[in-house]
Write a protein that binds this ligand. Sequence first.
Ligand code: F6P
Length: 320
Amino acid sequence: MNTIGVLTSGGDAPGMNAAIRSVVRSAKFYNLRALGIRRGFSGLLHGDFFEFNARDVSDILQRGGTVLQTARSTEFATPEGVKKAVEQAKYFHLDGLVVIGGDGSFRGVRDLAASGLPTIGIPGTIDNDISCTEYTIGFDTAINTAKDAVDKIRDTASSHQRCNIIEVMGRNSGKIAIHVAIATGAEAVYVPEMKPENTPDIVSVINDGIRRNKKHFIIVLAEGVGGADELKRRIEQETKIETKINTLGYMQRGGSPTAMDRCLASQMGARAVDLLRNGIGNRIVGMKDNKIYDIDVNEGLSVAPDDSEELIKLALQLSI
Ligand code: F6P
């Protein structure tokens, strides 16, 4: 193993830069060549490579986004695309690759490794929706950003005795929503993982709250559930409480990563380089029982998603 490449793919996440820095510096520590690949798999396909030296990753640890830029490549999702990517890797004398991204990117890791390029996946997504790892890079920063926003919204909701529905990101996962709801003491949370029989009726939640002397309400809604307008309409019609909708959107993807995301990314980047320099590819680095570990890509991709039942129960229990 002489040359290791690194790319970021899918939605950007705070801490991706810390992971890039860790891959580059770890490679340099072991006297390996490091190449950066711009714009994810798209850059890999089109040969957008450049030489990375240790100083090139100075001052990026604390920055959100990804200095490598990112993309969602449809061309790479085809067998011809993968073939083209492997040819480019050969042309640039790449012996191993680190892909920082979400589960869509890990299917790319599997395909590249199966085509003979040792590849390691590092989980980078604010959604924390990769089942084989307890944490993904960016999640901690995103929930802290959303927590700060909800705390501010609660101040004004309280002053005006209003209800605020706050929609958070997460694609089909409710991980961000549940953690934000618990961290901000939301009166209700709606996530895709909720079974219909355990989904509280919003009008009953608010009427019960009014009986318990609550004057304002924070409802956290996962984007994967949607329906904020309909929720607002029902609340206003049936409880007469004025209701506002706040979609937090892309602010959740930006900003300086928390210490936790920086440390996690640094550890994962170093593990990825350790695997490659020992001739091991086709693995995903993750966190299990609070420790960094790695797992075969196919095994990792087939881990069943957890239904967050305990946390959903806790959020409901504490919202009375
Ligand atoms: O996967 C991260 C994420 O921010 C999701 O929470 C969201 O659904 C999606 O990406 C938005 O994707 P895009 O950047 O393509 O709009």
